[in-house]
Write a protein that binds this ligand. Sequence first.
Ligand code: AMP
Length: 295
Amino acid sequence: MKKAKGDPRLPAVRVIRNIAGMRRQVAAWRKAGERIGFVPTMGFLHEGHATLLREARKGADRVVLSIFVNPTQFGPNEDFEKYPRDDGRDSAIAAAEGVDAIFYPRAKDMYPTETLTRVHVAGLSEGLCGAHRPGHFDGVALVVAKLFNIVQPDRAWFGEKDFQQLAVIRRMVEDLNFPVEIIGVPTVREKDGLAMSSRNVYLGKAERKQALAISKTLKSAQAEVRKRGKDLQALAARLRKTLDESPGVRLEYLEIVDPATLRPADRLDGRAQLIAAARVGSTRLIDNAPLERSR
Ligand code: AMP
């Protein structure tokens, strides 16, 4: 990440809170022939988000970052209220990464009345995280559809860290003909392998170490498959056991799936993705990695 905190040389980034104001700004850029890049986030930015912003900077004339902790994607007993926030730091990072505008809407403007419309991407939304967070992907699809209609980007960047989310959004864009190109960005990790996440701040010191079991399991599976290929479902069963027995880790699910359909993959004749969610203490962590046999 470029120097961010309180760097006096950086110009302040324009923060737009109002939906009409965001539309006016985008219309002006578009009139000047500029292409709009978009990175939607829930804020509390880290190097994963910064990487998305850097890719957007390279791939568009103007970059809009949205920061919105979207209430409709949180379940009733989830961490909506305590989701971490740091506006000052976020805008410093945005400035350092050359963001042109931060769209920072208020919940009452995004959801002024009860939303009766549902955006449900059937088939891709129900399994994996969807089975443990009912309604989560409907909330994600709804807010991303709304944000696309407000920001009207030519291109939008999403992290592969949220693999199922990326699949849901790609399919929504295809099914509903949104005129936006979706670009996936590989997961950015801490030096020791832990996938970066805003929720990592919830982890205590001991939990932070225990959480490493997740990325280590993914890595060892990648190495194993690369060497020998495998009966993927037998491998998944073994990995499930290893990870679930790892101290401090409560496995929610671990699956090896076809990356397009998210259905269980049996053989490595195409591509396969290992995807897992687990709780460490009260923190829910997700991670995934591609499995490929070396040729
Ligand atoms: P969030 O603020 O967690 O909703 O994430 C906003 C965007 O950043 C999503 O497209 C995420 O997939 C992406 N993202 C989050 N963590 C990472 C990471 N470690 N590497 C790459 N992208 C990430």
